[in-house]
Design a protein around this ligand. Structure first.
Ligand code: NI
Length: 188
């Protein structure tokens, strides 16, 4: 495993659609090591999600999760890899919460997301996933899925006036959201 370099806004990989992963590649050590490295990089950066385009790789692959010791008041989310996903909104009005992105360091903004989604994908072993996901995990999945389509959270903000630097956000806007994993935690 190795920690990978996270690319920042301006890198073309963040604005290009990613390519599907050949499911047969999931059986290779190369892909399994890449998944482990994405998880390690996400943890190292303090994120709850990381998509392959964020390390400059145009693959439809992301990891996400929130471990118990970092979850604060949030429910832990098992760490997993998601391959070749399709994400569909379930019924429910979009909800605004704070988000950040490891590729847009230092900024937070209010982003509307669907409260629940249906995730169709493969897991890291190539097994099919078909799940309803809700709450904070649904927000993370929507954020990471966007990365596979060249979309970042700034594009999803209904109103850019909530955009804030982390320090100012913590001072003026986010006092109820300080603990890791709470609203406002950088998503990835
Ligand atoms: Ni992100």
């Amino acid at each position: 495993m190795a920690t990978l370099e996270i690319v920042r806004l301006g890198h073309p990989a963040l604005r290009s659609p990613a390519e599907p992963v050949d499911p047969e590649r999931l059986a290779t050590a190369e892909l399994q090591e890449l998944i482990d490295s994405l998880v390690e990089t996400m943890r190292d950066a303090g994120g709850v999600g990381l998509a392959a385009p964020q390390v400059g790789l145009p693959l439809q692959l992301f990891v996400y999760g929130l471990e118990a010791d970092e979850a604060g008041d949030e429910d832990p989310i098992p760490v997993r890899a998601v391959v070749n996903p399709m994400v569909e909104p379930e019924a429910g009005e979009p909800v605004q919460e704070w988000e950040g992105c490891l590729s847009i360091p230092g900024l937070r903004g209010l982003v509307p997301r669907f409260p629940a989604v249906r995730l169709h994908a493969l897991d890291r072993y190539g097994d099919r996933v078909d799940e309803r996901i809700e709450g904070f995990a649904a927000r993370v999945v929507q954020h990471e899925f966007d990365h596979l389509n060249g979309v970042v959270f700034l594009d999803r903000m209904g109103d850019l006036r909530s955009l804030a630097f982390e320090e100012e956000w913590a001072r003026y806007l986010g006092e109820e959201a300080e603990e890791p994993g709470g609203v406002g935690e950088p998503v990835g």
